[in-house]
Design a protein around this ligand. Structure first.
Ligand code: PA5
Length: 478
């Protein structure tokens, strides 16, 4: 069963035969009858999404069309690329994972080690975790007099981001003075509200918008993901074109035609009907590992919800796991093949790698190595992926494969849009709201309370009264 590539520019193929009951048995595979059953639900939910979009909702769908913003970002990046030797992105979760995934997929894996001419732009650093060791060495490593800082936060107040930013800002000011530091800071945040917006307006920082009405984890195709990508020389127009091609392909409400809905149906049916509570995403390309990290957040934070849209307790969600082929064949596949049959495994195949490397020299007299003579490493990886899919299927472990022709900007844009549309339909099938993240907000508020932020006194009292931070149930060295 192959869901064919559309004629609209999309180039991703989904082979889902091995996720079906006919391949792995009725106990573990999705059946055609199940797909038939969800088809009308999906068609109806599709109509709802279209109607919501037409009346101003589902704004994430519009991001691929914002060519005015792309031109503005491109112009800014063209100028900045020559001016700065280093670039620090400060943001966390949806405010950094998309940019990291993009830059990992589309630029040289050792980009920071290249000469400025080879790199064609500043070196790239990320301050997401407020880990003092990482923050300190990053600020020691860059040339602060030639560093551009892009602070990204939708809410404009996330503790990790604001703390890292204030430390970086101080470091800049210490080296270049307050006036010049202001010109080395770009803030990506809500156009009208939040603490960072207030600070940016007060200090006169250059700003770009986080699109209102779009959750952080869905902003990769806005200034949040595109500005860092453009600064590192990625083809952001190509990414948006790829996303538009996937959007066109996702215009159908037919579960067997729309790749995002097909994936949503496979994953949610596997989870809710077949006990596959874990979704493994395993690309056979190092460059796509960041995409699995980005998707992990998207799937977990969107679908992991206590309440249904009707307010009933459902504790929904499928746990996303990231793996990397072929490395995890030597680490995780034993568990996936013989451990609990609780996983659906999504493999990502690459038809053509950007480099071709062959094994030219095999020592004579070792017949067991002869099979490698003339072997091409990309072909080895392709065979490894085939072999893994086969072994999983033989063991009754449902899996499917997304095949991409090669890793380029358009494919990346396609993947981002595909996964976003899959996630939104996944929420509909689970009857949960894929937007919002009350569980994340609870932790953010508790952090503010523990850090002594004004307005959070009651929560702070609650937290300290509950015995947290004290010595009960603690085993320390004697
Ligand atoms: O998807 C989300 O909304 C979250 O993961 C946020 O991106 C993350 O918590 C960071 O929030 P903010 O952009 O407000 O700093």
């Amino acid at each position: 069963m192959t869901e064919k590539t559309g004629s609209d520019g999309s180039r991703i193929t989904i082979d889902y035969r091995d996720a079906m009951a006919s391949a792995v048995g009725a106990e573990h595979g999705v059946s055609d009858a199940m797909l038939d059953e969800v088809a009308p639900v999906i068609a109806e939910q599709h109509q709802r999404l279209v109607a919501e979009h037409e009346s101003g909702g589902q704004r994430w769908m519009d991001l691929p069309s914002d060519s005015v913003l792309a031109a503005e970002l491109g112009a800014f990046a063209d100028e900045a690329r020559g001016r700065y030797s280093d670039f620090i992105l400060i943001g966390i979760g949806g405010s950094s994972l998309g940019a990291i995934a993009t830059i990992q997929a589309l630029t040289h894996p050792f980009r920071n080690l290249l000469s400025p001419e080879q790199r064609g732009g500043p070196r790239f650093f990320v301050l997401d975790n407020p880990d003092p060791e990482k923050v300190a060495v990053t600020l020691e490593t860059v040339d602060l007099s030639r560093t551009l800082v892009n602070v990204v936060t939708k809410s404009g107040q996330t503790a990790e981001t604001m703390a890292n930013f204030l430390v970086a800002r101080q470091a800049l000011e210490d080296v270049v003075g307050a006036d010049k530091a202001r010109r080395q800071i770009v803030a990506t945040t809500d156009p009208s509200s939040g603490i960072l917006r207030q600070l940016a307006d007060q200090e006169g920082y250059r700003t770009f918008p986080v699109p209102p009405g779009v959750d952080g984890r869905m902003t990769v195709l806005s200034a949040v993901g595109l500005l860092p990508a453009a600064l590192c020389g990625c083809d952001i127009d190509g990414m948006l074109a790829g996303a538009r091609a996937m959007r066109a392909r996702c215009a159908s409400g037919d579960v067997r035609q729309n790749p995002a809905y097909l994936l949503a149906a496979l994953c949610i049916l596997a989870d809710t009907r077949l006990g596959k509570s874990i979704l493994v995403t395993m690309p056979y390309a190092d460059a796509l590992f960041g995409v699995t990290d980005w998707f992990r957040q998207l799937w977990a934070e969107s679908l992991g919800k206590r309440l249904s849209v009707n307010g009933e307790e459902v504790f929904a969600g499928q746990t996303p796991i990231k793996a990397l082929g072929a490395i995890d064949q030597h680490s995780q596949i034993q568990l996936y093949t013989e451990g609990p049959n609780d996983k659906l495994i999504s493999l990502i195949a690459v038809e053509r790698y950007r480099d071709r490397v062959t094994v030219d020299d095999v020592p004579a007299g070792i017949p067991d190595l002869d099979y490698l003579r003339g072997a091409e490493l990309g072909q080895l990886l392709r065979h490894e992926r085939h072999a893994t899919a086969w072994a999983l299927t033989e063991a009754g472990r449902p899996n499917f494969t997304l095949t991409i022709p090669e890793i380029d900007a358009a494919i990346l844009g396609e993947l981002f849009y595909l996964y976003e549309a899959q996630t939104v339909m996944g929420g509909a099938l689970l009857n949960v709201d894929p937007f919002g993240q009350p569980g994340v907000e609870a932790g953010k508020n508790a952090t503010y309370a523990l850090m002594g932020r004004e307005g959070y006194e009651t929560l702070r009292n609650e937290l300290t009264a509950s015995g947290r931070g004290e010595e009960a149930y603690r085993l320390a060295p004697a």
